[in-house]
Design a protein around this ligand. Structure first.
Ligand code: SAH
Ligand code: SF4
Length: 341
């Protein structure tokens, strides 16, 4: 068992079951949270402790960085990470004024099948464990020699389709004996699995929620995002209202502008009407071109027009700054290209 899957409390239980002192569990947990998994480098932890763990099949392993690209413009680092069984995902490190942010993957592949997305092109390979999500953060900190202050679960996969691991991951990140990352510094993005949004609002009211909207009618959204057939727009927006009523937290709607698909005046008008009065913020995203897909990004001017018009309706909106544009294979493409080799 990889101990990256455990909270400090669970590691304490595990270690006392093996007859080891509980405070040793806290030491080991702390070292791991600093990205140290080599027993020889865990200062203050006697070799007998790590030996006892290993003899009982408990070890610490990080994903392996098999490829890494650094943007020359802004220091964004994109890594292809390999898990113990060989599955690969992407993890991205980004520098912002407010700190360092990491975008992690929650699954290898995705079964939601959104038509503009590279991550779901070959379906779902498997979901990641909590330790594999946590491991991406530790591995990219080691790779970049930087510490992170913010986490977004917006890489490959649908996090709400892997809810148990997602919850365990959030608890590990928040554990005061380890990373001690505030729930408020974590954002989870979903394509709109309503039952899980309801659960998330109760379980993690402090974690930021982002909803991938991308369309303003059921017909158009179902064509882009098959998940809309199960959870249509009206129900989704109701779920978001329940969420904001309960948590009083502002939700982010992600709207990727796709030329000729969702970016004309009529879309803009409907978008403003749909979201009026909601406790929300709109993030307008330039589409990343995906090899083998015909969709083109909306124009930069369109994004600014959308932003201004939404703001006139009292809906805060931003145009996502493009980071790492020189290494910008759309998320999911690095993994796809590595499969084809
Ligand atoms: N599965 C979750 C989280 C991962 S996708 C979700 O869909 O929300 C993260 C964001 O990237 C989503 O808003 C998704 O719609 C968007 N996205 C996917 N492919 C994209 C592309 N080619 N260009 C721009 N954004 C894309
Ligand atoms: Fe999956 Fe999100 Fe991509 Fe849709 S956009 S296929 S939900 S990763």
């Amino acid at each position: 068992m990889n101990l990256l899957n455990l909270t400090s409390e669970e590691l304490r239980t595990e270690m006392s079951r093996l007859g080891l002192e509980k405070y040793r569990a806290d030491q080991v947990f702390k070292w791991v949270s600093k990205g140290v998994t080599d027993p020889g480098r865990m200062g203050g932890v006697p070799a007998r402790v790590m030996d006892a763990l290993r003899e009982n099949g408990v070890y610490a392993a990080l994903p392996k960085v098999v490829r890494s690209q650094t943007s020359e413009h802004d220091g964004t680092v994109k890594c292809l990470m390999e898990m113990e069984d060989g599955v690969r995902v992407e993890t991205v490190f980004m520098k912002y004024k407010y700190g360092n942010s990491v975008c992690i993957s929650s699954q290898a592949g995705c079964r939601m099948g959104c038509v503009f997305c590279a991550s779901g092109m070959n379906g779902l390979e498997r979901s990641l464990t909590a330790g594999e999500m946590y491991g991406q953060i530790l591995a990219i900190e080691n790779e970049t020699n930087e510490k992170i202050s913010h986490v977004v679960v917006m890489g490959i996969g649908e996090p709400m389709d892997n809810y148990e691991s997602l919850s365990a991951f959030l608890n590990i990140m928040n554990d005061p004996k380890g990373k001690n990352l505030s729930m408020r510094n974590i954002t989870v993005s979903t394509s709109g699995l309503i039952p899980k949004i309801d659960r998330f609002g109760s379980d993690f009211p402090q974690v930021n929620l982002a909803i991938s909207l991308h369309a303003v009618t059921d017909e158009e959204r179902s064509a882009l995002m098959p998940v809309n057939k199960a959870y249509p727009l009206k129900d989704l927006l109701e779920a978001v209202r329940r969420y904001t009523d309960k948590t009083h937290r502002r939700v982010t709607f992600e709207y990727t502008l796709i030329r000729g698909v969702n970016d004309d005046d009529e879309h803009l008008r409907k978008l403003a009407a749909l979201l009026k009065g909601m406790l929300c913020h709109v993030n307008l995203i330039p589409l990343n071109k995906v090899r083998g897909k015909e969709y083109e990004p909306g124009r930069e001017r369109t994004a600014q027009e959308f932003r201004e018009e939404l703001e006139k309706h009292g809906i805060p909106a931003t145009v996502r700054r493009e980071l790492g544009s020189d290494i910008d294979a759309a998320c999911g493409q690095l993994r796809l290209s590595s499969d084809n080799k």
